[in-house]
Design a protein around this ligand. Structure first.
Ligand code: 2P0
Length: 326
């Protein structure tokens, strides 16, 4: 009753921002992402008859408290479906710079969903895995697949139709994603709290939702046609709109620092001199810059000369989940 799975992180081009049901992790809107080759989580799950509780090891360290509780609640979904009430040892290793505020919950819950269902003997297809991973962390449902992925928000109240599908595989388009690290500190408003506060209080949230369909249609079309300019214009606009909603929240909050703005401005300056690059920002100060593979060195040089940039991680579209032999 043991299995090991690997899942990669993803970066949203069209952001998931807001839930309509917090318990089931049902989003207010569809989102579109790229799975990244460079950052991933490898998780082994071993269900054992003689355990009296779950044990969770992260990067070799025993984790307790709320973090372990989250994992146990997630495993309960799997135990109840399989009708097997064994506890497990979960051993997770992150190849994600978590300290730098890069999201590891997406790769973490995708790898956990895959390893735990296999270990307990549930044979889920990718749709089933995506639907399950969603209930650990929303963005995890996109990390089941490689390349370009869309999470369909679904319409139903029970969440059965809320899962991700692949739009284009990881070899379909040579784009590069540069993860620009400007700050390693933990964010003050966690994304879960940030999106909740925004949905409940920001007068700009309705504008976010109203403008989404246009972004989704344009992004799908840009991916199908490999139209990089169209993709870039939409993803940058979408990120700025998401962050604008946080300024209208009450109390208001902003994930950016001076360094975030410096990087954003440098990307726009690069475009003015003919280098096609676009930025996106998640619930933290670090910036991801997207360009075509042929331009990645030029973009890297243009950004690493900024004093505020601490590190640059060069990523490309990566694969979906895989299983490792035990
Ligand atoms: C995204 N983010 O689409 C968006 C953009 C942050 C900004 O998904 O509460 O960790 O676990 O479902 O998935 C981060 O939120 O939130 C996120 P939960 P999650 O990537």
């Amino acid at each position: 009753m043991k299995a090991i799975a690997k899942a990669h992180t993803n970066i949203a081009l069209i952001k998931y921002w807001g839930k309509r049901n917090e318990q089931l992790f049902l989003p207010m809107n569809n989102s579109i992402s790229i799975t990244l080759d460079r950052f991933y989580t490898t998780t082994s799950v071993s269900f054992q008859e003689d355990l009296s509780s779950d044990r969770f090891l992260l990067d070799g360290e025993e984790v307790g408290g709320k973090e372990r509780q989250k994992i146990s609640s997630f495993l309960d979904l799997i135990r109840n479906t399989a009708n097997k009430q064994y506890f497990a040892v979960i051993d997770s290793v992150n190849q994600v710079p978590t300290a730098a505020g890069f999201a590891s919950s997406a790769s973490g819950f995708a790898a956990l969903a895959a390893a735990a269902t296999k270990a307990i003997g549930l044979d889920l297809d990718d749709t089933g895995l995506s639907r399950l991973a969603r209930q650990g962390s929303g963005s995890a449902c996109r990390s089941i697949y490689g390349g370009f992925v869309e999470w369909n928000k679904g319409e139903r109240a029970d969440g059965v139709d809320s899962f991700a599908t692949q739009i284009l595989d990881e070899n379909g388009w040579n784009v590069s994603v540069l993860s620009i690290m400007v700050e390693a500190k933990q964010k003050k408003v966690l994304s879960r709290e940030g999106m909740r506060r925004t949905v409940e209080t920001s007068p700009f949230y309705s504008g976010w939702l109203e403008s989404l369909e246009t972004d989704l249609v344009g992004t799908r079309e840009a991916i199908q046609r490999r139209d990089f300019e169209q993709l870039g214009m939409i993803l940058e606009h979408n990120a700025l709109k998401m962050h604008a909603t946080t300024l209208g929240a009450n109390p208001p909050f902003l994930y950016w620092t001076n360094a975030t703005v410096e990087v954003m401005q440098r990307v726009q300056e690069l475009r003015e001199v003919g280098v096609e690059a676009y930025f996106t920002i998640d619930a933290g100060p670090n910036v991801k810059v997207i360009c075509q593979l042929k331009d990645e060195q030029k973009v890297k040089e243009g950004l690493q000369s900024l004093n505020c940039v601490q590190d640059i991680f060069l990523c490309h579209p990566g694969p979906g989940i895989s299983y490792l032999t035990t």
